[in-house]
Design a protein around this ligand. Sequence first.
Ligand code: G3I
Length: 359
Amino acid sequence: MNVLFSKAPFHFLIYFFLILMGCSVKDDITPDIITPLPTKSLKSASTSFSVGLSTSTPKLDLLSYTQIIEREFESITAEYQMKMNVILPVKGTYNWSKADQIVNYAVSKGLKVHGHALVWHESTPDWLLNYQGTDVQFEQEVKDYITAVVSRYKGKVASWDVVNEGVSDSAGSLRNTVFKQRMGDDYMVKCFQFAHDADPDSKLFYNDYNLETNQAKQNKVFELIEDWKLRKVPIHGIGFQMHISYLTPKDQIQTATNKAVASGLLLFYSELDIRANPNKDISTFTLERSEAQRLKFKEVVQIYNAIPISNKFGITVWGLKDDDSWLLKHHNNFNEWPLLFDANFNAKQAYTGFLEGLN
Ligand code: G3I
């Protein structure tokens, strides 16, 4: 414990007492802002839902990653290596190696795997995007793919994002993807059924972004879910990606979360990261912004932790350390610090906020 002291006689006695007690004392220095070493891990503090992260190979070959993953988390999501453009890049030629490596690692360490994502317009391989067969044949290709993947990992991958980002950002309509064009407006229902038939025990999710902040999109998603529930479509959960910032209004997160709870589905904060620099107004990670990010992580986790147990599934952060984030790699936001650990694998104040939200 570092104790700051002036030189007053009274303080001298305390100083002398503390020395006797073996405390180290520093004079007149600014207080260190030290992120305390985790007294308990995220997974031990989270007693009612899974805390996970996205990852990829070859990170899982590095002790620097795996020692934190195995200490702090109980679930992993493949950031990109269980998507169709990686598993089936060429028609008829499955490449299971990366997905198998991720699933086998998880199983060997007793970690859950959330499968991401069976159908996503941004990870559709070119051969399917430019498919020359009939619509019936297209649908068969999709059914065969979903069946092959879900069956292969049955008993190892207990949940799947069946469809990712199927609703457009504007006007609250279905996104006009090749799946919608070739399989019809009900393509998502068909995909959920394909996945359910392959593994009736798997929890099946619809996953999307900005459901917290985009009212039209939020309304459309919950309209679809209510229709699917009436039709007994095998959907079990909804994923809020939660790619938010320290400025994202609490009431919007709360309102969207309340809607998910009311739907009766499982709610998954599936890709949480919290931008500290959404307006690009800082060039270094200031203490002020670190504190704001800590508070937002705490707030988000508290909102989630307060939902009924029957709606709880998990919170997954989208990456381990700041410089792993897609926000830097794919959006050149090099002045961004959105995750729980810094580039040197140190727990940030964001980690502390997450832990505080669990308590
Ligand atoms: O690591 C390889 C590298 O070895 C290779 O040279 C390079 C060129 O092919 O590719 C690198 O892999 C890239 C990977 O990110 C790692 O950077 C993939 O091409 C690239 O497609 C992949 O992008 C991922 C993206 O989804 C598309 O799959 C991002 O990591 C991932 O964070 C992002 O995640 C999405 C969610 O799935 C859905 N929600 C939005 C989220 C962010 O876009």
